[in-house]
Design a protein around this ligand. Structure first.
Ligand SMILES: NC(=O)c1ccc[n+]([C@@H]2O[C@H](COP(=O)([O-])OP(=O)(O)OC[C@H]3O[C@@H](n4cnc5c(N)ncnc54)[C@H](OP(=O)(O)O)[C@@H]3O)[C@@H](O)[C@H]2O)c1
Length: 213
């Protein structure tokens, strides 16, 4: 699959690295080819290609958005035509004192969708720290897989993202329409609070246990 990344920092490079190892063609949609994040990602994953955002987006089937939430508008404006593209929103609106950056009135993913109304936005890869995207192996749990909660309005787009998740060991859990992203963004705040503030550390995720599977 042809995949493009807008934003190739901690989250973008962790996800891009895994996708490369699965055999996908991954291109950085770079506003600046010489930025630190692009150079760092290329040093780690030389298989990454770098092009201008419109060029990268034009040939991509799936586009990952992994920029600071405050940069989303500018980044998407530079990206070219995202019509019909699956846009995986990995971004989180985080406010002061670990509050929801949009005062919990609306999810960040819905704001992203409003910026690119013709894209198929799927919220995914937000509820844990990037360390878990680099390595999602949790020994001692047998066949139990870590859960990746996703949300989106387009059923086919969610299926594509679910298959990507499953291909590298996540159990994709479809939580519903894109508006459910608000709850996922609150899960992110909980994860950050537990991992990075209360000292649990980043090496944990959640799993989905069902009585009648
Ligand atoms: N860190 C985590 O553990 C984690 C986990 C889940 C979700 N998230 C969310 O994921 C997003 C990215 O986080 P991160 O930790 O990966 O950030 P990061 O390491 O700071 O990387 C940000 C990336 O966005 C690019 N960027 C910044 N402004 C841009 C613009 N206007 N146009 C295009 N690209 C731009 C940066 O490029 P330059 O190098 O050129 O500035 C860099 O490649 C955030 O929304 C964050 O809330 C983070």
């Amino acid at each position: 699959m042809n995949i493009a990344f807008i934003g190739i920092g901690q989250v973008g490079s962790a996800l891009a690295g895994r996708l490369i190892s699965l055999g996908h063609k991954v291109v950085i949609a770079a506003r600046d080819r010489n930025s630190n994040s692009v150079k760092t990602a290329l040093a780690k994953y030389p298989q990454l290609e770098v092009t201008s955002p419109p060029e990268a987006i034009a040939s991509a089937e799936v586009v990952f958005l992994a920029t600071p939430f405050s940069a989303n508008q500018a980044a998407l404006a530079e990206a070219g035509d995202l019509s019909g593209k699956i846009l995986v929103d990995c971004t989180n609106p985080v406010g002061i004192n670990l509050t929801h950056g949009l005062k919990s009135e609306r999810s960040g993913a819905e704001v992203v969708q409003s910026l690119v109304p013709n894209a198929k936005v799927v919220k995914a890869f937000t509820i844990y720290g990037f360390e878990n995207f680099e390595n999602n192996t949790y020994p001692k749990y047998g066949d139990l897989k870590p859960a990746m909660l996703i949300a989106g309005d387009d059923v086919i787009a969610k299926q594509v993202v679910s298959e990507l998740c499953q291909s590298w060991g996540w159990e994709a859990v479809d939580t519903g329409n894109l508006s459910m992203s608000l709850h996922l963004e609150h899960m992110t705040l909980l994860w950050i609070q537990m991992a990075r503030i209360q000292g649990l550390g980043p090496d944990f995720v959640w799993a989905m246990l069902r009585k009648n599977k």
